[in-house]
Design a protein around this ligand. Structure first.
Ligand code: PMP
Length: 395
């Protein structure tokens, strides 16, 4: 028998990834994640970050983290249901519930964990999960952990969603419609008002993952539900503390009874150690900053609108983007990677996104615009992108 301990079975899989152009290597930042950062000793304009509001290295968040460490220590010491639940965790949930205008909130260690824990806990055998085909991997994995049946509807296609609801309305105990609030690869916004209407018509529950809408859409970044004024009509709203909020963590907002159930049955909540105080303190400060002023979200949208207009005027195809996520569609996978490489050489870091993350032939570089970018940085980035676009005959 072959020696399994030398891991040739993994080496072979890695070789296949390389042959298919799907192999990933890590990029290392030599400092904080800001609008400009240092990679391989080179200063580049950073158009790849989810640090939408520039909070990741904000002095107020850093000070709040230090204060929390001084008050509560470096670690929580246990899972929350045993003895890891500190006053600071309760405070974060209270302020998030006020911010989201929901009855209650439960915080998980990440957005991924939150989806993994919540979907399986609120569905069971005899239920049907109906998921937009472009939903995030953590929703797919969360649904896989559930004993419910699963199906997908075509991306944002309300006719397809209604067909599924109509066909299945009497076959299941409950139906749960799940959608991203903002789709991470295209930057389009879910048709939430239509989804909610269909859900009400066919008596299904609704679940929105606002990872890319938290801190971005709605009044002062309250999310998609607020953006469409659908308060009280969405059953589960997921948010992340890892992107616009600038730190790490995830949460579910909803009815008190939902949170009570998840405290008892949300597996990552039950079995994984609580977030450390520094993280929680910094998140509280970030939410306070959002509640105090729209300064950060206003600047984000001003920058995004400015950049998108200039990129479009150059003749690039930015697809259906309605948010600061700005994909520049290149098409061919290897051309997309070359495009990104050339941008880096000229001083702009923007990740290539190719199959299987997006459909074959729709490779793109995904520009993430933040409140932290200066007009100068955005102008310089547009100049370089346009130069490379002309060189590579994309425009
Ligand atoms: N949901 C969506 C839609 C996301 O884009 C992400 C982040 N990639 C997550 C969940 C996971 O969030 P986190 O990074 O906090 O685990």
């Amino acid at each position: 028998m072959a020696n399994i301990h030398n891991m040739t079975f993994l080496k072979e899989k890695i070789d296949t990834l390389k042959e298919e152009g799907l192999y990933k290597e890590l990029v290392t930042l030599e400092g904080p994640n800001e609008s400009e950062c240092i990679i391989n000793g080179k200063k580049v304009i950073n158009l790849s970050s989810n640090n939408y509001l520039g909070f990741a290295n904000h002095p107020r968040l850093k000070q709040a983290a230090i204060d929390a460490i001084n008050l509560y220590g470096a670690g929580a010491g246990a899972v929350r249901p045993i003895v890891g639940n500190m006053k600071i965790h309760d405070e974060l949930e209270q302020i998030l519930a006020r911010f989201k205008r929901e009855e209650a909130v439960l915080v998980f260690q990440s957005g991924f964990n939150c989806n993994a824990g919540t979907i399986q806990a609120v569905t069971e055998e005899g239920d049907l999960i109906i998921s937009d085909e472009l939903n995030h991997a953590s929703i797919i994995d969360g649904a896989r952990l559930s004993k419910a049946k699963k199906t997908t509807f075509k991306h944002s296609d309300m006719d397809d969603l209604e067909r599924i609801l109509k066909e299945n309305k009497d076959k299941y105990k409950k139906m749960l419609i799940i959608t991203d609030g903002v789709f991470s690869m295209d930057g389009d916004i879910a048709k939430l008002p239509e989804i909610v209407e269909l859900a009400e018509k066919y008596k299904a529950m609704t679940y929105v993952d606002d990872a890319h809408a938290s801190g971005v859409l709605g009044e002062n970044g309250r999310g998609t539900v607020d953006h469409f004024d659908l308060h009280g009509r969405v059953d589960f709203t997921i948010g992340t503390l890892s992107k616009a909020i600038g730190v790490v963590g995830g949460y579910v907002a909803g009815k008190k009874v939902t949170i009570e159930w998840l405290i008892n049955r949300g597996r990552p909540f039950l079995f994984s150690t609580a977030l450390p105080p520094a993280v929680v303190g910094a998140c509280i400060e970030a939410i306070k900053m959002l509640m105090e002023s729209s300064e950060y979200t206003d600047r984000l949208w001003e920058n995004a609108t400015y950049f998108k207009k200039n990129i479009k005027d150059c003749g690039f195809d930015i697809g259906q983007s309605q948010t600061p996520i700005t994909p520049i569609i290149i098409g061919d996978e290897s051309k997309t990677k070359d495009f990104s490489k050339k941008l880096f050489e000229k001083g702009v870091f923007v990740s290539p996104i190719v199959f299987p993350t997006v459909p074959k032939g729709t490779g793109r570089v995904r520009c993430m615009i933040t409140a932290g970018h200066s007009k100068d940085q955005l102008d310089k980035a547009v100049d370089i992108i346009s130069q490379v676009g002309k060189e590579m005959k994309v425009i």
